[in-house]
Ligand binder design. Sequence first.
Ligand code: PMP
Length: 411
Amino acid sequence: MTPSAAAAGTRLDPWLGSYADRTHGMRASEIRALFAVANRPEVVSLAGGMPFLEGLPLEELAALASHVVATRGLTSLQYGSGQGDETLREQILDVMALEGIRAHADDVVVTTGSQQGLDLVTRIFVNPGDVVVAEAPSYVGALGVFRAYQADVVHVPIDADGLVPEALDETLTQLAAAGRTVKLLYTVPNFHNPAGVSLSAARRPRVLEIARRHGVLVVEDNPYGLLGFDAPPRDALRALEEDGVVYLGSFSKTFAPGYRVGWVVAPHAVREKLVLASESAILCPSNASQLAISAYLQTFDWRGQVKSYGEQYRERRDAMISALSEYLPSASWNVPEGGFYTWVRLPDGLDSRDMLPRAVTARVAYVPGTAFYYDGAGSDHLRLSFCYPTPERIREGVRRLAGVVSGEREL
Ligand code: PMP
């Protein structure tokens, strides 16, 4: 269809016939559709994954920002390297050392959040119809990227110890027998979004061995790894294997998402392609953001800030778990040891998607489990985030949710 006078001025999209095939799978995430209502002050939002930033020392950060402008102003306002600022890439090595990763600054590509890392990796590897194997459930934003590149996502189950190696092996064997091309294994090994679980130390080498045997590249998406509540960080998959893993990191949860700075660590040849893909997408990541983060890492006690985030989120996790035990004993859930989320299984027969409008009317929001599956499964689960509301609001939100659940059971 071409634009016409008839279509102009109506709500019909005159370009409907022109969009590329890859847009057909694009749709607003269930989270985005929710944001408008969930952000109303009377609604307790247990839906979004916004970090709670109110504890950040704003005056000191303002002084830091003006120091960056005063000392590096022209650089910070200028275009920069496609791969990212070299000093920041060196500093990122110190952050990753906490998870046992040894790399070279040349292996690191700075991205506009780890979301761009996901986009770049998918862009350079996935042809339409290729398979991406991903946990069931999986991060909704990653599923959106895979859809946009017309991948076919095949889910592999997880349990309390993360991805199940036997199921992974079996799935990859079946896909090979069916002649399918599997390009990536996408995994969030720490404090999973949405499931809250972590891949056990014992399973990590097994998952890597299986991926290697099947010739599948592992994409390790790790924005929450440093936000454990009780134990020191586990060794990353990338710490155990270099050639078969692309690692995605982010400052969004350990510092602040507004700067939009993340990074990718990749084997050398992959790294070169990532830089080319990034240059064609954005030319270079923001120098202003990179220099601000670099100055922060240099002058602030960032390890102390990460620890204080962990304490803050642990208190919220405790509030959520105790409220679930008190108000919603008919459901089941896991007790996450870090991160932002718990994954709740509703009493039999309830559908988290159907229930959502009634929850919003009762002034509580969550994300239905279906958002985290490629194939529409997951309606018996929902994701609750404990990152943003205060402990009191979390309790109130769970109380309201429990009221909605008991109303459903009487329907
Ligand atoms: N991966 C996962 C698992 C996430 O939860 C998020 C943010 N919610 C991202 C990637 C993207 O984070 P960012 O782009 O802010 O680094």
